[in-house]
Design a protein around this ligand. Structure first.
Ligand code: DGT
Ligand code: CA
Ligand code: CA
Ligand code: ZN
Length: 581
C-alpha cells in the first residue's frame, strides 16, 4: 500500500514537471501544498475517503481525487502524461544545486538542454551565459555544482533510499512465503549516500518472490532475474539487488552483505586466526588439513549474534562496521561504546515556525515535540540577514520571544525556550547584537552564506562564534549539502578543541540533505571530548522524522548518549543552558 511519503513524492514530481512545462503558478503551488499536506498527515492518505481528503488543509477536489487514484493504481494519470513530455535526463539537470524547475525549463526550451551532457556543452559553447539574467558568476557556480555532482554520480542520499527500502521490505515481506526480509549494504550501515540497495530475504517459494520483485509497478528495467538473485532499476534510477538465502544461514548472509567489505575482511582474518573460515553461508571450522569438509555444518550462521559470539565478539552495530577499530573495541570483555538510539533523544533544539520559513505555528510545533515524548523544545527562527527565509528583525524577534514564552502556560509539562538560529556572518560576528542575544534563552549560531570561503577564513569565522559567550550550539557547522555543495572546509581539529574549551556544543544536523557534522567529524569530535546536539532543523512536521538519519550519523561517529545534549534530563539540560546566561 502506498505510504504518505510516496504520495507526497508523486505530488512533488507533479509540481516540478508542471513547472518545467510552464504550467501556471497556482497549479504548481497546489501540487506543492498537496505534497506538504499529505506528508504531515497522521493517517494513511490512501486509506481515506475522497470526501475526507478534501477537508484537509492543502488538498482540493482535484488533488484529493489524485490521492485516491494513486491508492488504487500506484500512480496518477497526469503524472504519467507529464513524465512522457519531459526528457528523462532533465532530472539530473534539476539535481544540480542552484538549478530549479524554472531554470531547467529555460535551458531546455531555449538551448535544447535535455541532460547533463547537453548542459555541459551548452555552458562550454557560451550559450548559457548568453541567456537573460545569467551572469558569469552564475555560470561559474553552475559549472562547479556540476563537477561536484559528478563525483557523487549514481549515489542517492539516504533520505531517498531508506523510504524506498522500507516500502519494499513491507511489500515483499507481506508475501506469505517470505519468512524474513531485511536491507543490508551501505543503507544498513547508515551511510549518507547509497550506491545500490541490497535486500535479503528468506522464502519458502523463491521463484514467486523473485517474480513479485521484478514485476513491481516501480520497476523500469530488469537487470537480472534468477532463482536466488535478481536486480532491477527503479523508475527513479535506483538499482535494487534482492538475494534469497536459507533461513538457517540468514545471519551470516546479512553480515556478509551488510559489509563493509573492509569490516568483513577484518572478521575473516580473525576467523582464520582461530582456525575457522567465514563466508556468506556461515562460520566453519577447518579440519586437520586446514580445509572445510564438503557439507560441513557451520559453527554459527543463523543469527549475527551467533556468528559474532563464535568469533569472540559482542554484536557490533551495523553503523560501526567500517574497520575503524570496532573489531578490537568489541572483543569479548572489552568496554565498548553503546551508540545512541532514536529513543534516547528527548529534546529538539533547532526548529523554525511560521515566524520565519517554517510551516507550523508555535503551538503546533510544541505540540508535535510533546507528542514525541520530548521534554524540551527550543524555537530558533532565522535572524535578519536571512531575508529570503523571512528572518526576524530585532522588533519582530522581541515580539516572538514574548509569544513563545506565553505558550508555556498552555504546555505546562514542557520546557520551552525562545531561541534564534542566528547567522554567523562571514567575519564570524553574529547577526544580532549581544544585548538581544542575552534576552534569548537559547542560541544556535549557523553559517548560511559565504560558504566558499578559504579554509583559514572559515576557521577564524567559526572559532569566533564558538568562543562567543552567548552561543550554545553551532548549527550545521560546515553548511555542506550532501551531493549538493562541499561547504566550508575549516581546520576541524581547532574547532573541536575550542568547542570543548568554551563549552559550546556542535550540531549534527539530522536533515538528510545536510548531515552536518558528518560521520567522520562526529567521531573526531567525540574523541576530542566535545558535546554534540542532534537536531532536525524542523521546518515542517515531517522533519521530526529526519532524526533517524542524524542518529545513524551519530552512531557512525561512535557517539553515546552521555555526550549528547538531546539525551540529558530536563534539569541537566537547563543547568547546561544557564551556564551561557
Ligand atoms: P554502496 O552500494 O556502494 O553504497 O556500498 P555497499 O557497501 O552497499 O556495497 P555493495 O552494494 O557493493 O555490496 C554490499 C555488501 O556486500 C558490501 O558492503 C560487502 C559485501 N561485498 C560485496 N562485494 C564484496 C567482496 O568482494 N568482498 C567482501 N568481503 N564483501 C563484499
Ligand atoms: Ca549497496
Ligand atoms: Ca549491491
Ligand atoms: Zn540553518
Amino acid at each position: 500500500m502506498a505510504t504518505n511519503a510516496e504520495v507526497a513524492a508523486a505530488f512533488e514530481e507533479l509540481a516540478v514537471l508542471s513547472e518545467i512545462l510552464g504550467a501556471n503558478v497556482f497549479k504548481v503551488n497546489a501540487f506543492r501544498k498537496a505534497a506538504r499536506a499529505v506528508e504531515s498527515l497522521a493517517q494513511t492518505a490512501v486509506d481515506m475517503e475522497v470526501a475526507a481528503l478534501r477537508e484537509i488543509d492543502g488538498l482540493g477536489a482535484s488533488t484529493a481525487a489524485k490521492v485516491h487514484e494513486f491508492g488504487v493504481g500506484g500512480t496518477m494519470a497526469e503524472l504519467e502524461e507529464l513524465r512522457a513530455q519531459v526528457p528523462a535526463g532533465l532530472k539530473e539537470v534539476l539535481a544540480i544545486q542552484g538549478i530549479g524547475p524554472k531554470t531547467a525549463r529555460t535551458l531546455w526550451t531555449e538551448l535544447g538542454v535535455v541532460d547533463l551532457a547537453t548542459l555541459k556543452s551548452a555552458i562550454d559553447a557560451g550559450k548559457v551565459a548568453s541567456l537573460p539574467r545569467m551572469g558569469a558568476k552564475t555560470v561559474q557556480n553552475m559549472k562547479e555544482a556540476i563537477a561536484f555532482a559528478e563525483t557523487a554520480r549514481g549515489r542517492i542520499r539516504i533520505g531517498e533510499a531508506m523510504p524506498l527500502a522500507d516500502a519494499l521490505a513491507t511489500e515483499l515481506g507481506a508475501l506469505p512465503s517470505v519468512g524474513r526480509i531485511a536491507y543490508a549494504g551501505s543503507l544498513r550501515r547508515g551511510r549518507e549516500t547509497i550506491g545500490d540497495l541490497d535486500i535479503l530475504a528468506a522464502s519458502g517459494d523463491p521463484a514467486r518472490l523473485m517474480e513479485a520483485f521484478v514485476t513491481r509497478a516501480d520497476v523500469a528495467r530488469v537487470l537480472g532475474h534468477g532463482e536466488t538473485k535478481s536486480s532491477v532499476l527503479t523508475r527513479s534510477g535506483v538499482q535494487i539487488d534482492l538475494r534469497v538465502v536459507p533461513l538457517d544461514r540468514f545471519g551470516a548472509a546479512l553480515m556478509y552483505f551488510t559489509g563493509s567489505k573492509e569490516h568483513n575482511i577484518a572478521l575473516r582474518e580473525r576467523a582464520i586466526a582461530q582456525g575457522m573460515r567465514l563466508n556468506e553461508y556461515g562460520l566453519f571450522r577447518e579440519d586437520g588439513k586446514g580445509e572445510i569438509p564438503d557439507g560441513a555444518a557451520p559453527v554459527a550462521a543463523a543469527s549475527e549474534e551467533d556468528v559474532y559470539a563464535a568469533l569472540g565478539l559482542d554484536w557490533i552495530p551495523p553503523t560501526m562496521r567500517e574497520d575503524r577499530g570496532e573489531v578490537a573495541a568489541f572483543a569479548r570483555g572489552a568496554i565498548h561504546p553503546v551508540p545512541i538510539e532514536v529513543r534516547d533523544i528527548r529534546a529538539e533544539l533547532h526548529c523554525h515556525t511560521t515566524a520565519s520559513d517554517g510551516s507550523m505555528s508555535i503551538d503546533e510545533i510544541i505540540g508535535r515535540a510533546r507528542d514525541r515524548g520530548f521534554h524540551t523544545i527550543a524555537i530558533t527562527d532565522h535572524s535578519k540577514s536571512q531575508f529570503q527565509a523571512n528572518g526576524l528583525d530585532e522588533a519582530r524577534l522581541r515580539t516572538h520571544i514574548r509569544e513563545i514564552h506565553a505558550a508555556r502556560d498552555r504546555f505546562p509539562g514542557m520546557q520551552i525556550w525562545a531561541g534564534s538560529e542566528v547567522d554567523i556572518l562571514s567575519d564570524g560576528s553574529l547577526d544580532y547584537p549581544d544585548d538581544l542575544l542575552a534576552e534569548l534563552d537559547w542560541v544556535v549560531a549557523s553559517p548560511h552564506a559565504a560558504l566558499k570561503q578559504e579554509p583559514k577564513a572559515a576557521t577564524e569565522r567559526l572559532l569566533r562564534a564558538i568562543r562567543h559567550p552567548l552561543v550554545h550550539v553551532i548549527g550545521h557547522p560546515t553548511g555542506r549539502i550532501v551531493n549538493g555543495r562541499p561547504g566550508l572546509e575549516p581546520a576541524m581539529n581547532e574547532l573541536y578543541a575550542a568547542a570543548k574549551e568554551h563549552g559550546t556544543a556542535l550540531e549534527i544536523n539530522s536533515h538528510h540533505m545536510r548531515l552536518d557534522l558528518r560521520d567522520t567529524h562526529v567521531r573526531a569530535a567525540v574523541e576530542a571530548g566535545c558535546l554534540l546536539a542532534i537536531d532536525c532543523d524542523v521546518h515542517g512536521a515531517a522533519d521530526f522524522d529526519e532524526i533517524r538519519y542524524g542518529v545513524l550519523t551519530a552512531q557512525r561517529g561512535w557517539l553515546t548518549a552521555a555526550q549528547c545534549l538531546n539525551c540529558m534530563d530536563p534539569g541537566a539540560l537547563e543547568a547546561w543552558r544557564r551556564r551561557k546566561r
